[in-house]
Design a protein around this ligand. Structure first.
Ligand code: GDP
Length: 444
């Protein structure tokens, strides 16, 4: 699971506060040490970790006792808010030029996923109703141009190429004038990557940038490279001036260092994240959802948003309301699993299902089988049982009937019922933390 190690590292911090009545200078020493260690192991840069830990400690000791809120919850809330702040607070929107075309210049080292991002971004903007054109400026790797042409075709966006014999700045100039002729809304320019930073690449990027006068200059960085990614963003920003970063390969087992360090180290926000190899796998970077995920609570909001794409709007809103009120029942469960099935890639969505956040990609097939099994059992429940899972919890006879009808064991039915209740608890906790719902705001 994404950031799994960081998540469990932080969990050990909360666990040390179980049974405590208040947060004190003394009893946060151990938890803060865990937090520090978890962040360093996640490859967050040291100065960032120091500031983070200091700020969390200062707030933790100052909060005092709040009725009904346990010290470990208080600390979760403080860490959550501080993580959000660290990642830039608000989502950092893409900027579009007042008069078309908007030019987006993409830079990045080789292999980070830049070419893929070009096409993903075009696909993403196309879905928002914008016409796009790609310009193939990576003249050092003929394969990169071919790849861009193929991906362009795949997402239905024209690709402007001049082969490899023309200077990138010249390709950019011609491509841009072509885009103007065609009334294209957004032009996305691929540039040459190198294995590492060198002067030739920077000079070329400066040239291209001068000619295009782009609205966005985005550096594509690989999440697997941790704090190195943050250092790259800093360097590129100092050298050519960029407007933000795109973080790729967040679906892999990256440790979190990049997502947590980029903004704080470079001053530039992460605007988009890539979470898979498919063209759909690009989305805005939401600091507060990311914080929710890091805290290991699944990602209800992303899930609901995804679900909205396949469910009718009212259904999705209803589901969201249910989730918030923690009255989630087996009907919702069924809707959710069916929506997931429709969404296709289980790998991508599985971590978003509350209560399943611990499932790793390796276990996905298993999970898919489980979902089928759950569905079979739910289908044998009466409408009343689906709405009131308590009925099943209280009655062995009912569980037996469902087990027999669905061809499962009674234990499997019991597990399913227990799981639903667990999900309710998790969702309630999650909403409490994310919405400040059941946990009062801790500022002043
Ligand atoms: P470039 O050299 O920067 O242009 O990199 P490419 O776009 O050719 O991508 C390099 C490899 O990374 C390819 O195999 C891509 O499929 C893969 N890749 C790109 N983005 C992602 C991502 O978000 N997740 C995963 N898992 N793979 C990605």
């Amino acid at each position: 699971e994404m950031f799994g190690q960081l998540t469990s590292g932080l969990e050990s911090a909360w666990n040390k506060l179980k049974g405590e009545e208040v947060l004190t200078k003394e009893n946060i020493v151990e938890p803060m040490r865990d937090i520090r260690r978890a962040l360093l192991e996640a490859d967050v840069s040291l100065p960032v970790v120091r500031r983070f830990v200091q700020s969390v400690s200062d707030q933790a000791v100052g909060v005092g006792l709040i009725r009904g809120v346990k010290p470990d919850q208080q600390l979760v809330k403080i860490v959550h808010d501080e993580l959000v702040k660290l990642m830039g607070g608000e989502v950092s929107e893409m900027v579009f030029a007042k008069s078309a075309p908007t030019v987006i210049l993409l830079a990045g080292l080789q292999g980070v996923g830049k070419t893929t991002v070009c096409a993903k971004l075009a696909n993403y903007l196309k879905k928002q109703g914008k016409s796009c054109m790609l310009i193939a400026g990576d003249v050092y790797r003929p394969a990169a141009i071919d790849q861009l042409v193929i991906l362009g075709e795949q997402v239905g966006v024209p690709v402007y190429t001049e082969g490899t014999d023309v200077k990138p700045s010249e390709i950019a100039r011609k491509g841009l004038s072509e885009a103007k002729k065609k009334n294209i809304d957004v032009v996305i320019v691929d540039t040459a990557g190198r294995l590492q930073i060198d002067k030739g690449m920077m000079d070329e990027l400066k040239d291209v940038k001068r000619i295009l006068n782009p609205t966005e200059v985005l550096l594509v960085v690989d999440a697997m490279t941790g704090q190195e990614a943050a250092a790259l963003v800093t360097t590129f920003n100092l050298e050519i001036g960029i407007t933000g970063a795109i973080l790729t390969k967040l679906d892999g087992d990256s440790r979190g260092g990049a997502a947590l360090s980029v903004k704080e180290v470079s001053g530039k926000p992460i605007k988009l994240v890539g979470r898979g190899e498919r063209m759909e796998d690009l989305e805005p970077f939401y600091p507060n959802r990311m914080a929710g995920r890091i805290l290991g609570m699944g990602d209800v909001l992303s899930f609901v948003e995804k679900a909205q794409e396949v469910m009718r709007q009212e259904d999705a809103e209803e589901l969201q309301k249910k989730i918030m009120s923690a009255n989630f029942d087996f009907n919702d469960f069924l809707k959710q699993t069916r929506a997931v099935a429709k969404m296709g890639s289980m790998t991508r969505v599985i971590g978003m299902i509350p209560g399943m956040a611990k499932v790793t990609p390796a276990q996905v097939r298993e999970a898919e089988k489980n979902l089928k099994m759950m569905e079979a059992m739910i289908e044998e429940m009466t409408p009343e049982e689906r709405e009131k899972p308590e009925l099943l919890a209280e009655s062995p006879e009912r569980r037996k009937r469902v087990a027999q009808a669905s061809g499962k064991t009674e234990q499997q039915v019991s597990q399913l019922v227990a799981q639903l209740f667990q999900m309710r608890v998790r969702m309630k906790n999650l909403m409490g933390v994310m919405e400040g719902g059941s946990i009062p705001s801790l500022s002043n």
